[in-house]
Design a protein around this ligand. Structure first.
Ligand SMILES: Cc1cc2c(cc1C)N(C[C@H](O)[C@H](O)[C@H](O)COP(=O)(O)O)c1[nH]c(=O)[nH]c(=O)c1N2
Length: 224
């Protein structure tokens, strides 16, 4: 099956216009068929040994979201304390989650024991199952964008909060907590770029021919 030019352009459009969405969610519910398409896209991610180690815990209940938001608030205040001066001031103004506003939360997990201890492709690098689950997150994020759904990744939260709120056993790894919902618009650029927190690297600085070499620091790196 060949991808046509229009289809190719649609894929790139989806990739380049995907954004991390925090506060601009509409409460409009996500239709079942749309959600099913997005989760099916996530489920079709590549995985080591075709292990498919992920699961998706759907969170719609306000009480549960409230517990997760409370966990974020605690984690965010200790996180804020790690920045100094202007950075601290800027950090305190950032909106870094949309847990309560988003109609749906999705916790992506990884069952590291799904196919027994020996998995084709994970025999040398044990973390490959975790990477596979991150591939599922990226598929989900892009499929959601193609459905005009925003997604925001919330990592400023302790696993223990999500385990308790969502009944996730210790042996199951927590990969991501995602806030999902419709948005009225998608920003053109990452917010952290627009606010001057971190510039986008030139793609050419990430490409190395034949051997790795140190990338020139950006202005922001020099300030540190
Ligand atoms: C693994 C991981 C974890 C997080 C994020 C991303 C990823 C990949 N990002 C979103 C991140 O800030 C964002 O992707 C970049 O700033 C680039 O912006 P766009 O995603 O292109 O809009 C994110 N954003 C946020 O507001 N709170 C968070 O806790 C996190 N955590």
């Amino acid at each position: 099956m060949k991808i046509t030019e229009n289809e190719r352009d649609a894929v790139y459009k989806t990739i380049f216009s995907r954004r991390d969405v925090r506060g601009e969610f509409s409460p409009e519910p996500i239709p079942e068929d749309v959600l099913h398409r997005v989760l099916t896209a996530a489920h079709h991610a590549p995985s080591v040994g075709f292990m498919q180690p992920w699961d998706f815990v759907l969170v719609q209940d306000d009480h549960t979201k409230g517990k997760i938001k409370a966990g974020f608030d605690i984690a965010n205040s200790t996180s804020a304390a790690q920045f100094d001066g202007d950075r601290a001031e800027q950090y305190s103004k950032l909106k870094l989650e949309g847990i309560l506003e988003a109609p749906l939360g999705i916790c992506v997990t990884c069952d590291r024991n799904r196919n027994g201890p020996v998995v084709l492709g994970r025999t040398i690098k044990a973390e490959m199952d975790l990477f596979s689950s991150v591939c599922a997150v990226q598929n989900l994020w892009l499929a959601a964008r193609a459905e005009n759904l925003g997604v925001g990744w919330v990592s400023i939260i302790h696993d223990s909060v999500l385990r308790q709120a969502l009944n996730i056993p210790e042996e199951i790894e927590i990969i991501a907590y995602l806030c999902v919902g419709y948005v009225s618009y998608f920003k053109d650029k990452p917010e952290l770029e627009t606010l001057g927190w971190q510039p986008r690297r030139d793609v050419n600085s990430a490409i190395h021919y034949g051997s790795w070499s140190k990338t020139m620091p950006t202005n922001t790196d020099k300030e540190k």
